[in-house]
Design a protein around this ligand. Structure first.
Ligand SMILES: *[C@@H]1O[C@H](CO)[C@@H](O)[C@H](O)[C@H]1NC(C)=O
Ligand SMILES: *[C@@H]1O[C@H](CO)[C@@H](O)[C@H](O)[C@H]1NC(C)=O
Ligand SMILES: *[C@@H]1O[C@H](CO)[C@@H](O)[C@H](O)[C@H]1NC(C)=O
Length: 459
């Protein structure tokens, strides 16, 4: 579902060649990206730290005259005199580096904290930052997750009804649409798009004089607060997208006591989220046939909400068939998508689509931002320990990771009176793959399914 376009925030910016080359000291603020190390993992080689950082979106920055401090942007777009067209705008205006702390972003080690509100000089205002994962080459990291998995830790214990701590993928241009008028590109957070087809002042790094919407494939890995959560593919085709998406929200599916403070997945404490993009043939080039989600908390695998596992099957996305369905989503994941992090709330809608009515336990009004700022001014989300790579390679639990003997689930500690003839693997556990010496038989009713040459899993 939709995220707001932050229309109330300072709108858009443009970099000149000079500013980005740091030849023109029009920039009062250098752009210094907070370093957020992440890990890329393989089954055979383990996890390798990546020199990644985060960059604040372009639309949050100060764009002003190259020779002065007059803003080139207005509440509704750009100043038509300073920016009648792209080339003139690039001559007249420069874009500033971001001040990350006053934008609600702080990073410590591999953990990033994102705050909805910041207080400056006694005044609390909405920061609602959105940042992207940037590589050491100044381009966005293109995560290729088809046939792979992504895991991270999250603490959303302070997010009340109405807040949305989001981690998702958008199929943005890796360079942010870098061009001669916008040499900063991804280094200045340009090029945002998503499946709601936002109309922005700049589009793919270029002044959007035609007010076009900018659609692209979007895979929502997490949209959540402490009371509700969903993961949702939003494939696109022919200039339009599946805007509502074919998502998985446990509460909406009837598992109402699964997710929340003190519940099976206890949101009052941090936990790990693993999302696997499983293909029909177990390769990284096959057709995306299912998205599987599981959680680890306190070193233990949390039982799934649904007894058959928390998955989105291709059949569940038939509503998105005109946009390519799950397979279309998979093709975008195979090409590579940009990792986006944000925290936001929802003037007008109160985030009811996520956490109220049939979607969650919140009332329809408590998510009003006016309530949140008065009652939860410190609301924030922490994302950390981001890993991606081969299925089964990114997470270790107390009994070992995908390359170890089995994954413990809190639901499988059982006393058997009829001993099986050999060791069996539990639901979700590894049951095969190159070099595997553990059990190869799954406990009923599960079957050993090959995900790739190195990994088979009891599903
Ligand atoms: C990260 O940077 C260090 C220091 O420059 C370098 O030695 C290392 O190879 C880099 N890591 C990757 C994955 O590129
Ligand atoms: C902080 O607020 C005081 C009182 O309103 C004002 O005089 C001062 O200029 C403000 N300082 C900044 C840095 O905005
Ligand atoms: C975005 O800009 C880049 C760089 O100019 C370009 O290669 C790419 O095709 C553009 N993408 C879209 C969707 O316009």
């Amino acid at each position: 579902m939709g995220r707001s376009i932050f229309s109330s925030l300072a709108v858009a910016v443009l970099a000149t060649v000079q500013v980005v080359n740091a030849q023109q000291p029009g920039s009062s603020t250098p752009e210094i990206h907070p370093e957020l190390p992440t890990w890329k993992c393989t089954t055979s080689g383990g996890c390798v730290q990546q020199n990644t950082s985060v960059v604040l979106d372009w639309n949050y920055r100060w764009i002003h005259t190259a020779t002065g401090s007059t803003s080139c942007t207005t509440s509704s777009g750009v100043d038509p005199t300073l920016c009648p067209n792209e080339a003139t705008c690039a001559q007249n205006c420069v874009i500033e580096g971001a001040t990350y702390s006053s934008s609600g972003i702080s990073v410590s080690g591999d953990a990033m904290t994102m705050k909805q509100y910041v207080t400056s000089n006694g005044t609390t205002s909405s920061a609602s930052p959105r940042v992207y994962l940037l590589g050491p080459d100044g381009n966005y990291v293109l995560m290729k997750l088809l046939g792979q998995e992504l895991s991270f830790d999250v603490d959303l214990s302070t997010l009340p009804c109405g807040e949305n701590g989001a981690l998702y993928l958008s199929e943005m241009d890796a360079s942010g649409g870098r061009n001669p008028y916008n040499t900063g590109g991804a280094n200045y957070g340009s090029g945002y798009c998503d499946a709601q087809c936002p109309v922005q002042t700049w589009m793919n790094g270029t002044l959007n004089t035609n007010h076009q919407g900018f659609c692209c494939n979007e895979m929502d890995i997490l949209e959540a607060n402490a009371y509700a959560n969903a993961f949702t593919p939003h494939p696109c085709a022919n200039g339009d997208c599946d805007k509502s998406g074919c998502g998985y929200n446990p509460y909406a599916l009837g598992y109402k006591s699964y997710y929340g403070p003190g519940l099976t997945l206890d949101t009052s404490k941090p936990f790990t989220i693993v999302t696997q993009f499983i293909t029909n043939d177990g390769t990284t080039t096959g057709s995306l046939s299912q998205i599987t989600r599981y959680y680890v908390q306190n070193g233990q695998r949390v039982p799934s909400a649904s007894s058959s596992g928390d998955t989105i099957q291709a059949s569940a996305c038939s509503s998105a068939s005109q946009f390519g369905g799950l397979a279309g989503m998979g093709q975008a994941l195979g090409r590579g998508m940009v990792l986006v992090f944000s925290i936001w709330n929802d003037n007008g809608g109160n985030m009811n689509w996520l956490d109220s009515g049939s979607n969650g336990p919140c009332t329809s009004t408590e998510g009003n931002p006016a309530n949140i700022i008065s009652q939860h001014p410190d609301t924030h989300v922490v994302f950390s320990n981001i890993r991606w790579g081969d299925i089964g390679s990114t997470v270790k639990t107390s009994s070992g990771g995908g390359s170890s003997s089995s994954i413990t689930t809190t639901s499988t500690a059982k006393t058997t009176t009829t001993a099986p003839s050999g060791p069996t693997q539990t639901h979700w556990g590894q049951c095969g793959g190159q070099g595997w010496t553990g059990p190869t038989v799954c406990a009923p009713p599960y079957a050993c399914q090959t995900q790739n040459p190195w990994y088979a899993q009891c599903l």
